[in-house]
Design a binder for this molecule. Structure first.
Ligand code: GLP
Length: 251
């Protein structure tokens, strides 16, 4: 469904670097600059392979620039429903390995949606309240899925959506097979909504590799359309896209 035809559309700032290491270091620099200028900032964090070199560069840059995350707060985008936090593929484990064990962000200032909650709808509502009470997200890091999803907002997600449970599509589950083998990948995610993402003051979308060229180009080409979740980013006035040459190929 084409949406928000009356809403203003914005062009993102588009930064292309020769490779993913260079691109990751630019994305990390934006996060580190935010922490430096606004020590009590609220960061929106993402998972996925794309974020690994970004988190490496953040950890290295924190040391090199002698910065501290002690005053910052973070909110992750999403989690798997029903997956124990100590599972090797859970986003709690992944965030600990790639970022939280390497920076001084206090444990009680890191937030992930709770995919194990008994009352998951109530837990989703509390997550939205916690973001609002923290003052909203200052900088949201984002990746993009091969089908144009952002967080776990799959094609068809309403642009007005907030934190909720969603069913993962086969396209999104396929790349997860090796992580979960011999079990099946999770079927559902608990994710912030598209409206939650658009409420961030600044959005930094990072994309690497040829598989991202088509969804990335499509997201900013036509009018915003709920069949392509990342196209909602056109409705935000402060989006920076940072990618390598392979991901920029369709632009
Ligand atoms: C997952 C995450 C997204 C991420 C996407 C792309 O579905 N929920 O937040 O952007 O995958 O992941 P990758 O960076 O591994 O390509």
């Amino acid at each position: 469904m084409t949406c928000c035809t009356m809403s203003r559309r914005f062009a993102p700032q588009f930064i292309v670097l020769p490779d993913r290491t260079a691109a990751a270091s630019v994305a990390a620099r934006l996060v580190l600059d935010t922490v430096e200028h606004q020590p009590r900032c609220v960061l929106g964090l993402a998972t996925g392979e794309t974020m690994c070199p970004v988190y490496d560069a953040i950890a290295q840059g924190m040391q090199a620039r002698r910065l501290s995350f002690a005053g910052a707060t973070s909110f992750n985008l999403d989690t798997y429903v029903g997956l124990a936090p100590d599972h090797p593929a859970s986003f709690v484990t992944v965030m600990a390995q790639h970022l939280f064990s390497r920076i001084d962000l206090p444990a009680d200032q890191r937030h992930l949606p709770d995919g194990m909650a008994q009352d998951i709808a109530a837990s989703a509502a509390r997550y939205e309240t916690a973001i609002a009470e923290a003052g909203g997200i200052d900088l949201q890091l984002l990746g993009i899925g091969r089908n144009g999803h952002i967080a776990f907002n799959e094609p068809g997600s309403p642009f007005v959506s907030r934190t909720r449970v969603v069913e993962l599509t086969p396209t999104s589950r396929e790349p997860l097979r090796s992580l979960f083998a011999p079990s099946e990948p999770p079927t559902h995610g608990l994710t912030v909504g598209i409206a939650t993402i658009l409420a961030a003051r600044r959005i930094v979308l990072v994309a690497f590799g040829a598989a991202k060229a088509s969804p990335l180009a499509s997201a900013f080409r036509g009018p915003p359309d709920e069949s392509l979740p990342a196209s909602a980013l056109q409705l935000h006035p402060d989006v920076t896209v940072i990618c390598d040459e392979a991901a920029a190929a369709g632009w």
